[in-house]
Design a protein around this ligand. Structure first.
Ligand code: AMP
Length: 121
């Protein structure tokens, strides 16, 4: 099956947060990403780690994106540690609408502060 990249909408909510057009509770920022609290948390701590590079979905990333993808995971763990949850947290990446993706700017969910079941819903 041919992979069809999702076109990137410059006005998606995370692009607007990155441009500081709408507010967010930022917990970390560096040259490659921004991490901020989810507005509708699914756990006592729920942070989104968002690359500054405009990528709609994980599947739209290519070999050139390997450094940023690695950086997102390392940053997700660092954010969990910084917020006091270094020993137990859940990382989620929803790819595509049917998998639960609602914002089409790649993001890593960091959830912590409660037990997590398996398999995920
Ligand atoms: P997903 O469903 O994986 O695409 O995740 C999108 C997440 O973005 C959801 O958990 C939303 O609650 C969250 N979200 C949407 N708008 C905002 C916003 N303005 N600030 C923070 N989080 C948001």
């Amino acid at each position: 099956m041919t992979h069809v990249p999702t076109s990137y909408d410059q006005d998606n909510v995370f692009a607007r947060i990155l441009r500081r057009e709408i507010p967010a509770q930022v917990v970390h920022e560096d040259e490659l990403c921004l991490a901020f609290r989810d507005v509708a948390p699914q756990a006592p701590t729920h942070v989104l780690v968002v690359p500054k590079r405009p990528l709609a979905r994980l599947v739209d990333a290519g070999p050139a994106d390997e450094p940023i993808l690695g950086h997102l995971l390392v940053t997700a763990a660092a954010v969990a540690r910084k917020l006091g949850f270094g020993d137990a947290f859940r990382i989620v990446v929803n790819n595509g609408r049917e998998a639960g993706q609602t914002v089409f700017h790649l993001h890593v969910h960091v959830l912590a502060g409660r037990p997590f079941g398996w398999p995920p819903g």
